[in-house]
Write a protein of this length. Structure first.
Length: 74
């Protein structure tokens, strides 16, 4: 299995350390997998559709915002 290092602000790391029961690697893995799926879907759609690069970027930003809200609620 490969290793990825992620930098977070000190305050966030402190808060994460207070929740030792959470497997932060698993949380990050899931987020990476979901983001990859989103990008793969967007690339497939872009290849088949008449969306412009700007349209695809706007859609991606909306998806990112929705995912961010979802993970903040965890």
């Amino acid at each position: 299995m490969g290793t990825v290092s992620v930098s977070v602000e000190d305050g966030l790391k402190t808060r994460m350390n207070q929740l030792q029961e959470i497997n932060w690697s698993a949380v990050a893995r899931k987020a990476f997998e979901e983001k990859l799926r989103e990008v793969e879907i967007l690339k497939e759609l872009a290849g088949k559709s008449k969306l412009t690069a700007k349209d695809a970027q706007e859609l991606s930003e909306k998806i990112n915002e929705a995912m961010s809200k979802k993970f903040r609620g965890m």
